[in-house]
Design a protein around this ligand. Structure first.
Ligand code: LMR
Length: 398
């Protein structure tokens, strides 16, 4: 049966890590995958997470199945973080949240849900978007189209182009939006721009699907979540939010994500929730316990939550410093045109480097970046900054 199976290309992001791991050069740097590394090049295990883990180990609880939609303490804490403590949507029973296998799992369960409820819809994603968005929605059976998002000349948002394209979409189109720290470009909307987009979505009857994988990685938990609040306040009665704790809790391998559906009233929301549970049951039955218990434990303790908030702040401030350092070093080498790296938000910078330049970074310097020129700024450190800046300078000068 498997004699004539077609070989498909490796994943454009995770495939890079495989190549990086196989590279014997000691100076190699992985700027491919979106992972935050500390000054020693390690993925941090946050102190708040360590403390709750010790506590849970001491409690030695049995590991029964979680409910299909996950640990209630986790989904409740998630709602508060995503929609805000005093959210009217939560109070009126208009949000149903399911724990999912990472943010990717939330996207796929959400995509399957929408494909069942809106089978004839098209999905519009930003150009460019996270490599996997097109694949996830395509795999769920949707036709995926692009809307203008990035201006290559200014290395920032093309807001006029975005609005013009959103205006052309058919009512009922699902619009995938990045809440903050846009992946891959690092170009975000400001408050006024979000308000304009929210009004347009409502007016044109477009369905917002918000992907929030980096809450807290640019300005802070509250500010980075503003897109969700603005869309809720615009009076859009139904939308979806997929969120992830991979980055904000440094719990990548624990696969901690959530899917929140917002409905027009409590009864409709319960009906949508029943559909979400049926989808999950037929894919993986129920999620796993450990990562969710860690997140719920931290968010449920005032002390650990405060500690986590401080650790998250330290990670984002360090990323800001690394952006500034990179810009400064490139300018000192004679490449002041990279100043835009400091304007971009979150883990990534769309460096403007071409595929050929990215190939040279890998072949000549052992520096791995995504073929589109996306580099993970959060994988830089004071130790590799000079090396990376010089390499970027060299390839940019041909
Ligand atoms: C990334 O964009 O690098 C991360 O979101 C990891 C992934 O799954 O691609």
């Amino acid at each position: 049966f498997f004699a004539n199976v077609e070989q498909v290309p490796g994943d454009p992001i995770l495939g890079l890590t495989e190549a990086y791991n196989a590279d014997p050069r000691p100076t190699k740097v992985n700027l491919g995958v979106g992972i935050y590394y500390d000054e020693d090049g390690r993925i941090p295990l946050l102190r708040a997470v360590q403390l709750i883990e010790q506590q849970l180990a001491a409690e030695a609880k049995p590991r029964g199945y979680l409910p299909i939609d996950g640990l209630p303490a986790y989904t409740q804490a998630t709602q508060k973080l995503v929609f805000g403590e005093g959210s009217e949507l939560i109070a009126s029973g208009r949000v149903a949240t399911a724990q999912t296998i990472g943010g990717s799992g939330a996207l796929r369960v959400g995509a399957d849900l929408l494909h069942k409820l809106l089978p004839h819809a098209t999905v519009a994603i930003s150009n460019p978007s996270w490599e996997n968005h097109r694949a996830v929605f395509g795999a769920a059976g949707f036709e995926v189209v692009d809307y203008t998002y990035f201006d290559n000349a200014s290395h920032g948002l093309d807001f006029a182009g975005m609005i013009a394209d959103l205006q052309k979409l058919q009512p009922g189109t699902v619009v995938l939006l990045h809440a903050c720290c846009h992946n891959p470009t690092g170009a975000d909307l400001d408050t006024a721009q979000w308000q304009q987009v929210a009004a347009l979505l409502k007016d044109r009857q477009l369905f917002p699907f918000i992907d929030m994988a980096y809450q807290g990685f640019d300005k802070g938990i509250e500010q980075d979540g503003q897109a969700v609040r603005i869309i809720a306040e615009a009076g859009i009665d139904s939308f979806i939010v997929a969120n992830s704790y991979s980055k904000s809790f440094s719990l990548y391998g624990e696969r901690v994500g959530a899917l929140s559906v917002v409905g027009p009233d409590a009864a409709s929301t319960r009906a949508v929730q029943s559909q979400v549970k049926r989808i999950i049951r037929t894919i993986y039955s129920s999620p796993s316990t450990h990562g969710a218990a860690l997140v719920a434990g931290v968010l449920g303790s005032a002390e650990l939550r405060g500690m986590w908030g401080a650790e998250l702040t330290a990670m984002r401030e360090r990323i800001h410093a690394l952006r500034a350092g990179m810009v400064q070093k490139l300018a000192a080498l004679g490449a002041p045109e990279f100043g835009f790296i400091q304007q971009q938000a979150g883990m990534f910078s769309y460096s403007g480097l071409s595929k050929a330049q990215v190939d040279r970074l890998r072949d000549e310097f052992g520096i791995y970046a995504v073929g589109t020129g996306r580099i993970c700024v959060a994988a830089l450190s004071q130790k590799n900054l000079d090396y990376v800046a010089k390499a970027v300078y060299d390839v940019s000068r041909g």
